[in-house]
Design a protein. Structure first.
Length: 401
C-alpha cells in the first residue's frame, strides 16, 4: 500500500484480539506508521517505538476529557490524574523517587523468600491431582498475594481485596469497553477507601511494608517534595495494577508458550541456568502489555510523517518485540535468546518500577514447574481472554507428568 495511504489498525478487530502478530507484520511492512482511532497514529517498528518511549516531546499527562472518553465518568478520572504512570516531570520525578525509596533491596530480598514459599503452597496440591489451571491457580493468585504482602495487607483481608485488584486492570485499557467501566470505577473507589483506612493505621504504627516505607520516605523529603495523602493512596492502589497485571500475563503466557514448545521446555530442564533468559523471552514473545500511548505535545516526525501536537501515538510494544529488523527469527521461541532488548517493560523514565519483582515471580513460578513436574502437557484447550491492551488467558489447563 502507498505510504500516502497508511493502513488503519483496529485494535478491537477479532483477528487482532486472537492473534495480533500477523497484523503487526503487515503494519511494519506497510511503513511502520498506521492510522488508529480518532486522533491516533499507531507506531509498529522497533527502531521507532524504542526512541519514542524516551522522547520528551511526548507526554503521559492527558486532559481530563481524554480520561472521560476512555473510562467514562467516575473515580478513575481523578485517579489517573495522580498516579505515577500518567504524570510528567517534575511530578513524575518526585513521585518515582519517593516510591523507588520504598522498593528497598532489603524489602525485595524478603519478598523473594515469600514468593518461593507462596509458589510452593499454590502448586504443591497440583502434584497430587496431576492437573491444574495455570491462570486461576497460579497466575492470578500469586501476584495478588505478593502485592498484598508488599503493601502490608493483612492475610485475613486478601481474598476480599483480590476481585477488586483484578477489576482495577480494566481501567488501564487504552479504551475501556462500556461493559467494563462500572467494575473499573468500583474497583478504584473500593481500593481507595481500603488503602486510605490502612494508611491511617500505618501512620499510627509503622510496619515493615511498602506503605510504611512510603510514609517514611514522605517524611524524609522537603515539604514541597512530599507525597500528599491522596497521592500515597492512589499510587498504592496503582501498585495493584503494576504488580499484578504484567506478572499475571507473564506467567500465563509463559506456561502456555512452554506447552506449545515442548522442545524449549526440555531445553530448560537440561539447562536450568537459562531460566532468567527464558523469562525475558516469554516477555518478548507474547508481551503482557501490548501497547502504550503518548500524547504529542509538539510536532514529531515518525516514519517520514509529521505528527501534529494534540494527536495520540499508540506505541505497539508487542509489534516492536517481533520486528525482524531487530530480532532474528522473531516468531520462534528461543529460551536462550541473547541479546534480548525487548520493550515489554517500556523505557525511559517510565520504565516499569516493578520490573524486577515481576521477573522474580516469573522465574519462581516457571522454575518450580520445571523442577517438580517431569512433563508439562496441555490438559485441554487454552482459552484466551480477549483484550485490546493485554495478552493473557482465561484458562491454561496443564497436565503434570
Amino acid at each position: 500500500m502507498s505510504s500516502d495511504l497508511p493502513l488503519k489498525f483496529d485494535s478491537r478487530a477479532p483477528a487482532v484480539l486472537q492473534d495480533p502478530y500477523p497484523v503487526y507484520r503487515e503494519l511494519r511492512e506497510s511503513g511502520g506508521l498506521s492510522r488508529g482511532g480518532p486522533g491516533q497514529w499507531v507506531v509498529s517498528r522497533y527502531d521507532d517505538v524504542a526512541p519514542l518511549l524516551r522522547d520528551r516531546r511526548l507526554s503521559h499527562e492527558y486532559p481530563e476529557e481524554y480520561h472521560e472518553f476512555s473510562t467514562g465518568e467516575g473515580p478513575a478520572q481523578s485517579f489517573f490524574q495522580r498516579i505515577l504512570l500518567d504524570r510528567d516531570a517534575p511530578d513524575h520525578t518526585r513521585l518515582r523517587r519517593l516510591m523507588a525509596q520504598a522498593f528497598s533491596p532489603r524489602l525485595l530480598q524478603r519478598m523473594h523468600g515469600y514468593i518461593e514459599r507462596r509458589v510452593d503452597e499454590l502448586l504443591r496440591p497440583a502434584l497430587d491431582r496431576g492437573t491444574f489451571d495455570a491462570v486461576t491457580e497460579l497466575a492470578f493468585p500469586l501476584p495478588v498475594s505478593v502485592v498484598c504482602e508488599l503493601v502490608g495487607i493483612p492475610p485475613v483481608d486478601r481474598d476480599l481485596v483480590r476481585p477488586y485488584a483484578i477489576d482495577l486492570a480494566k481501567a488501564f485499557a487504552l479504551y475501556v469497553p462500556e461493559e467494563d467501566r462500572a467494575a473499573a470505577h468500583r474497583a478504584v473507589a473500593w481500593l481507595r477507601e481500603y488503602i486510605g483506612a490502612l494508611l491511617r493505621e500505618r501512620r499510627a504504627s509503622l510496619g515493615d511494608d511498602l506503605l510504611s516505607r512510603m510514609i517514611v520516605a514522605e517524611d524524609s523529603e522537603r515539604p514541597g517534595d512530599r507525597l500528599t495523602a491522596e497521592e500515597i493512596v492512589d499510587n498504592t492502589v496503582f501498585l495493584f495494577f503494576a504488580g499484578f497485571e504484567t506478572t499475571t500475563n507473564l506467567i500465563a503466557t509463559g506456561v502456555a508458550a512452554l506447552l506449545g514448545h515442548p522442545g524449549e521446555a526440555a531445553r530448560l530442564r537440561r539447562e536450568p541456568g537459562l531460566l532468567p533468559a527464558a523469562v525475558e523471552e516469554f516477555l518478548r514473545f507474547d508481551a503482557p502489555i501490548q501497547a502504550t500511548a503518548r500524547l504529542v505535545r509538539e510536532p514529531v516526525e515518525v516514519c517520514g510523517r509529521t505528527v501534529r501536537a494534540g494527536r495520540v501515538l499508540v506505541l505497539l510494544l508487542g509489534s516492536a518485540n517481533h520486528d525482524e529488523r531487530r530480532f532474528a527469527d522473531p516468531e520462534r521461541l528461543d529460551v536462550g535468546r541473547t541479546p534480548n532488548p525487548h520493550l515489554s517493560f517500556g523505557g525511559g523514565s517510565h520504565h516499569c518500577l516493578g520490573a524486577h519483582l515481576a521477573r522474580i515471580e516469573g522465574q519462581a513460578a516457571i522454575g518450580w514447574l520445571l523442577r517438580h513436574a517431569p512433563v508439562l502437557e496441555a490438559a485441554d484447550e487454552v482459552v484466551r481472554r480477549p483484550s485490546v491492551t493485554f495478552r493473557t488467558f482465561r484458562s491454561v489447563p496443564v497436565a503434570l507428568g
